[in-house]
Design a protein around this ligand. Structure first.
Ligand SMILES: C[S@@+](CC[C@H](N)C(=O)[O-])C[C@H]1O[C@@H](n2cnc3c(N)ncnc32)[C@H](O)[C@@H]1O
Length: 292
């Protein structure tokens, strides 16, 4: 589907534009960097479940494919994402490696999933971008079977994740138009506030909510660092329109600011995240809750 023609959502434009292309461009590096989170989700999805698993905001499909591979004949994994270029990349990967995963290109807030059709819903950093999170999570609740688990990973605050804001802090003096991050607005750190996440889940009909901090070491090759910082995040976005002189000044300043994270051929940082779990209450447990 051509999402850009159907919505004026800023996030849809971003993920169908520069951000989507950047994630496709950097797919291998990002998948390496975020691999520890994939392992956590695959372990959880495949330890207890067969059946149908939905991967929300699946992007270029790494977690969807990993779950599908591990489930084998025990089940099926379906990825959903609003980004045309990212879903095209995910489908190409599935075809290339002959993994029976399938993908839906649509908006999780509004897509008409088959009701009560998923045994588990997972997401690696794919749920912080909705302009109406309650609507999106309620839609996922309808798509989940009773007792299905919803498990996702989201970033804690920007201040707990200094690696993620290194580029913009270093580039700010050179890029006066660099947009500042808005807490609570859709975006990478929208779920930093644990209470807010809990309220969104409760309001959208999820129960047994458990939100735990996890601190995970992530790595990427040093030789990919310039590519990473010139394509991704707010600095990557602005650099696409910058003149050559500004661009090279920004790259020098930003690359130097990453020095504390460089250890030989490897860039290493700690990612401060939430592991969030919730469960779709069954009709009987909702009834008991109402009686209390
Ligand atoms: C940070 S990326 C994570 C991608 C993937 N989960 C991964 O770990 O590689 C966030 C993803 O959420 C998707 N997304 C944002 N808003 C969405 C929406 N309303 N419906 C579906 N997907 C959405 C984006 O297109 C993007 O692929």
């Amino acid at each position: 589907m051509d999402v850009t023609n159907q919505t004026d959502d800023e996030q849809a434009r971003l993920w169908n534009g520069h951000a989507g292309r950047a994630w496709v461009e950097a797919q291998e590096v990002l998948d390496q960097m975020l691999r520890p989170f994939e392992d956590l989700l695959v372990q959880a999805a495949c330890a207890a479940y067969g059946g149908r698993v939905l991967d929300v905001g699946c992007g270029t499909g790494s977690t969807t494919l990993a779950v599908a591979r591990r489930l084998g004949a025990k089940g099926r994994c379906i990825g959903v994402d609003i980004s045309d270029p990212m879903i095209a990349a995910a489908r190409a990967r599935a075809e290339q490696e002959d993994t029976p995963a399938s993908f839906i290109c649509d908006n999780v807030q509004t897509y008409a999933f088959e009701p009560a059709s998923f045994d588990m819903i997972i997401s690696r950093f794919g749920v912080m971008f909705f302009n109406d999170s309650v609507r999106a999570f309620a839609n996922l609740r309808r798509a989940a079977k009773d007792d299905a688990e919803f498990r996702f990973i989201a970033w804690r605050s920007a201040s707990e994740n200094p690696f993620m804001t290194t580029a913009e802090r270093a580039a700010a003096p050179l890029l006066p138009n660099l947009p500042s991050r808005r807490p609570d607005a859709p975006g990478q750190f929208a779920f930093a506030d644990r209470r807010r996440v809990c309220n969104i889940l409760k309001e959208s009909g999820w129960a047994e909510i458990d939100i735990r901090p996890i601190d995970v070491v992530c790595t990427l090759p040093e030789k990919e660092l310039i590519h990473y910082l010139t394509w991704l995040g707010p600095v990557g976005l602005i650099l696409q329109q910058a003149d050559d002189q500004t661009r090279s000044q920004v790259i020098d300043a930003v690359r130097a600011a990453f020095d504390p994270y460089v250890h030989g051929v490897e860039v290493r940082f700690a990612a401060a995240c939430w592991m969030v779990c919730a469960r779709a209450p069954s009709a009987s447990s909702s009834y008991i809750h109402m009686l209390r």
